[in-house]
Each structure stands twice: as C-alpha cells, then as structure tokens.
Design a protein around this ligand. Structure first.
Ligand SMILES: C[S@@+](CC[C@H](N)C(=O)[O-])C[C@H]1O[C@@H](n2cnc3c(N)ncnc32)[C@H](O)[C@@H]1O
Length: 260
C-alpha cells in the first residue's frame, strides 16, 4: 500500500476545489507549444484519473500509471461513469520501475508526483522510466515543489475543512523541514466525521515526505537521462519562477543520446 492508502478515499473531496479542467487546458497548451503533433501520453502518478479523463476528451490517447490500487480503483470507477472504452488505460505500477511496451509522445506527471521521489536514486529512476517510454523528440512535463520558494517561505501548519452529504473532513498538515535532504515531511492527521451520527468518527495519520528541487540539479538529472530542459515556469500562470512560486513545471525534450 502506498502512503495514499486510506487517504485515497477522501482525496477527491480534499481537492474538490482543484480546477482540473483549467489544468488540462494549460497542459494542452504546453503540449501544443512544445510537441504540437502529439497523440499519445503516459501519465506517471495519475491518481484518481481526473486529468486523464479530461485529456481523453481532448482527443489524446492516455495511459495512466499509479502505485496506489485504491486511487486506480477510483479512476476506473470514474472512467466507467463516462462510458469511455479504449482510453484512458490505467495500470498499477511504480514510476521508478514500471515498464510498458510502448513509447509515447508525451510523458506527464502532475501535482508533485516527482516530489514524492525523495532520494537521488528515486528521482533518477523515475526520470529513467520517463526516458525509456518517451519517443525521441517527445516531451516530458512535470511539476515539483520549488526549492527557492520552500526555503524562503518555510511550510506552515495548515488546516482544511471540507464536507459532502456523507462526511465532514478536517485535515491538519504539520510540516518539518529536513534541510540537509531537501525534504519537507508533511504529517497529515485527517478526522472523518460521518454526517449521520449513528456511525463513529475515524482518524487517519499519514506521513508524506516531499522533496523540493532547484533548477541546476533537475537540469543535470534530466540530462543524465537523455532530456534537454526547455523551460521551467510557474504552474498555470506561465510566469518566471521566483521566491513565491511553490509549484514549478518543467518541460524537457527527449534527445536521441543514450541515457546513463
Ligand atoms: C498528489 S497525488 C496526484 C495525483 C494526480 N496526478 C492528480 O493530480 O490528482 C500523488 C500521486 O502520486 C502517486 N505516487 C507517488 N509516488 C509514486 C510512485 N513511486 N509510483 C507511482 N505513483 C506514485 C500517489 O499514489 C498519488 O496517486
């Protein structure tokens, strides 16, 4: 079970205000700018499949991979509701090791999946997966927690409260900076209170270590795995990243040199 274990049941509620349609329009614009003839996409860490379904509506042939069977079950349920047949395809796998007998125009990885790859070997292995599945001349689009912003803002304790007709959820996120490893450890405590007072409340505790990255290290790691960094920009706005920019997207092109 990944650290998204039980959390997956509440994931879509916790992120119900996240504008997936806007995000997919932004990604579509990046794809059309950097690899206009793209058709096939491999999404690493597809979660509950929201981006994948919206990209399918836009005509892409998308395969999503995630390590969490619970997140994938939700993605499959969502796909069944839409009536889509061939795409998106979903498969269980770890982004560091998964191998699919296909190459894609675009490798996509959104909402900090790469920041979950916390050690150098983890991120190198994830980039190797991206490289082995990307056609030469194809592109790799991913976002990360951005080091300059993390170190200038230092993560704070945050509380989020949400509800639907069945449950009320309160999530406490307490963060510890492990500066020597470029990691922020986010400790979540999630209280789930049923709206129906006959059922009992539940508490889930999960630890999510997140790595923040800097341009020079990512450019080096991407280069090691056969990618040329084309651009980094603020997620969604497209502005130049700065000390306030927590989420930064990187766009890299696969060249035809061998990976090391
Ligand atoms: C914050 S969620 C993002 C999900 C989805 N991309 C979205 O935007 O809603 C992070 C996802 O990354 C997945 N993940 C983290 N590490 C992974 C790994 N090593 N291999 C595959 N999936 C991974 C988790 O299971 C989870 O679904």
């Amino acid at each position: 079970m990944s650290q998204f274990g039980k959390y997956s049941e509440y994931y879509d509620l916790l992120y119900k205000d996240k504008d997936y349609a806007l995000e997919v329009s932004y990604v579509d614009t990046l794809v059309k700018t950097y690899k206009p003839d793209s058709k096939s996409i491999l999404e690493l860490g597809c979660g509950t499949g929201k981006h994948a379904l919206l990209l399918t509506q836009k005509g892409y042939e998308i395969t999503g991979v995630d390590v969490s069977s619970q997140m994938l079950a939700e993605a499959e349920r969502r796909k069944a509701e839409t009536g889509f047949k061939n795409f998106p395809k979903f498969a269980e796998g770890d982004v560091r090791t998964v191998r699919i007998p296909d190459r894609f125009d675009v490798i996509l990885s959104l909402f900090h999946v790469m920041s979950y790859q916390t050690s150098n070997i983890d991120i190198l292995n994830a980039f190797e997966t991206a490289s082995l599945h990307c056609k030469n001349g194809g592109i790799f689009i991913f976002d990360v927690w951005y080091g300059p912003a993390v170190l200038s803002q230092i993560p704070e304790t945050r509380i989020k409260r949400l509800s639907n007709e069945k449950i009320r959820v309160t999530r406490l996120a307490e963060s510890t900076l492990i500066a020597e490893k470029n990691i922020v450890e986010v400790n979540y405590e999630v209280w789930i209170h049923p709206q129906n007072s006959d059922s009992s409340s539940e508490v889930i505790r999960e630890k999510h270590p997140m790595r923040y990255f800097f341009n020079p290290e990512l450019e080096l790691l991407l280069d090691r795995k056969g990618f040329e960094t084309l651009r980094s920009e603020e997620w969604l706005s497209g502005k130049e990243p700065g000390l306030e920019t927590w989420g930064v997207v990187f766009i890299a092109r696969k060249n035809d040199s061998p990976i090391s």
